[in-house]
Design a binder for this molecule. Structure first.
Ligand SMILES: [Zn+2]
Length: 453
């Protein structure tokens, strides 16, 4: 089973979220782009309630869903430790009626979400690697680069994305964490730095502007996304392209992935809301597509207005998503979330009333949301299993006394049930666990709670 299955969650990339730290002055919103909210969470040690739309500043946000108060997904106490004080933050999902952005109603200081004790975990998994290779093929076919064209990746991690572009010409990563050093060792030039105006100015002075700028899983995480876009504009060549990948709201709603709601994810984009954001900075979306990473993401290509033809994919995707993401559809989604919770509780009760054991498989960040929202404790799920080497082993699941243990226990103990917390890849996991000798049944908690024999 690959790493993503067992919780080295690729969305928990501390370096990227740290980009949200205050980035010195100098950001001047464009005319028409309202100033972002004055209060920032980054650096405060606390949280800030979202009173106005994070993108368009609209003051009347509509509540969509409330998942209660959730602990930070990366704060896990050692097994055996007496429960001690732990913060919990309200997880309310809001929708902006003006720009349609779906967003979290609270911004928590990244320093709280990523404590220094949280060990860095590389987010590079097979699915991500394949996705980046496919991105490089798509760029080569749709927007071929010259051998001298520079490609820059923001939040470049260990350089996996850029390795797909390195053979054809110059590449440069920007990564604040030690993962950037791994990239350098692997031959990918990398600035070990936050992505901000001063880094961009240095790059432009030393390397020139980039023909292609990529940013995967940055856009949903950073507190001030306008500042990122402005820096991208400065970095990007006049007829360059900006490619961004983010969680996509459509599959989130369609397949009940409410468990991807936690405080690292500040925004849940549709193409319409991303387009609105980019257009505030005079960028035009020229191509868009759905991609499979993180249970369903969206890849968007943007350029300065009129520099590249707008492909039919943009209108097609907008037309397809619009009827699925109306305020009414989001209400239906919220109602279904409650129903799945009740359905799962009933299923769990049936199992527990027979005195049978349930072991959880995988402790990705999303498991914390599910466990805390549904109210699962150690009396329901005996333990959660992670692959050998996971830093989560030896800790309790956030907000609970459910211990995280090594996955060999699943095959040794053969509990009657294994509950899949990476349920979005259940079809991939079940045969693997069977092959490795697990004989019990599987509980797949979402999109519809079910047992697989
Ligand atoms: Zn808005």
């Amino acid at each position: 089973m690959d790493v993503v299955a067992l919780g080295a969650s690729p969305d928990a990339r501390p370096g990227e979220t740290k980009n949200a730290a205050p980035i010195g002055g100098g950001f001047k919103p464009l005319a028409g782009a309202p100033a972002p909210a004055a209060r920032k969470a980054a650096g405060t040690g606390h949280s800030v309630v979202v009173e106005r739309c994070q993108v368009c500043d609209w003051p009347q946000l509509e509540p969509v869903l409330f998942l209660g108060y959730l602990p930070p997904v990366n704060t896990m106490h050692a097994i055996g430790a007496r429960p001690s004080e732990q913060p919990a933050y309200p997880a309310q999902v809001l929708r902006c009626p003006k720009c349609s952005l779906v967003q979290l109603g609270l911004v928590v200081d990244p320093a709280v979400l990523f404590p220094p004790t949280y060990p860095y975990t590389s987010g590079t998994t097979r699915v991500l690697r394949e996705n980046f290779a496919e991105l490089a093929r798509e760029v080569a076919s749709l927007y071929p680069l010259e051998p001298t064209d520079l490609v820059v990746d923001i939040g470049s991690n260990d350089g996996t994305l850029l390795s797909n572009f390195a053979d054809r010409g110059p590449v440069l990563g920007i990564e604040p964490t030690n993962a950037g050093r791994l990239a350098v060792e692997a031959g990918i030039p990398t600035y070990i730095s936050f992505f901000n105006r001063s880094t961009v100015r240095r790059i432009v002075a030393e390397e020139g502007q980039a023909k292609l700028v990529t940013a995967t899983n940055v856009f949903a995480h950073v507190e001030n996304v306008h500042e990122v876009v402005e820096s991208v504009l400065e970095l990007m060549h006049d007829d360059g392209l900006f490619v961004t990948e983010s969680h996509y709201l459509l599959p989130l709603v369609r397949t009940m992935q409410y468990d991807t709601v936690y405080h690292e994810h500040l925004r849940y984009y549709s193409l319409a809301s991303l387009k609105h954001l980019l257009e505030m900075h005079d960028l035009e979306v020229v191509h868009a597509k759905a991609i499979p990473t993180h249970g369903g993401s969206i890849r968007v290509y943007a350029s300065r207005k009129g520099k590249h033809p707008v492909r039919d994919t943009v209108a097609a995707m907008l037309t397809a998503e619009a009827p699925e993401l109306t305020a009414q559809k989001l209400k239906d989604f919220a109602r279904k979330v409650v129903h799945t919770k009740l359905g799962l509780c009933k299923l769990l009760q049936d199992v527990k009333s027979k005195g049978q054991r349930i072991y959880g498989v995988g402790a990705p960040s999303r498991a914390s949301t599910l466990v805390n929202y549904v109210g699962i404790d150690e009396g329901v799920v005996d333990c959660v299993l992670e692959i050998h080497g996971s830093h989560k082993i030896g800790k309790y699941m956030p907000g609970t006394l459910i211990p995280v243990l090594e996955e060999t226990k699943l095959f040794e103990d053969q509990p009657e049930y294994a509950m899949l917390f990476s349920w979005h890849i259940a079809d991939e996991l079940i045969p693997k666990l069977r092959q490795r000798g697990f004989k019990g049944k599987f509980i797949v908690p979402l999109p519809e709670p079910r047992v697989v024999s």
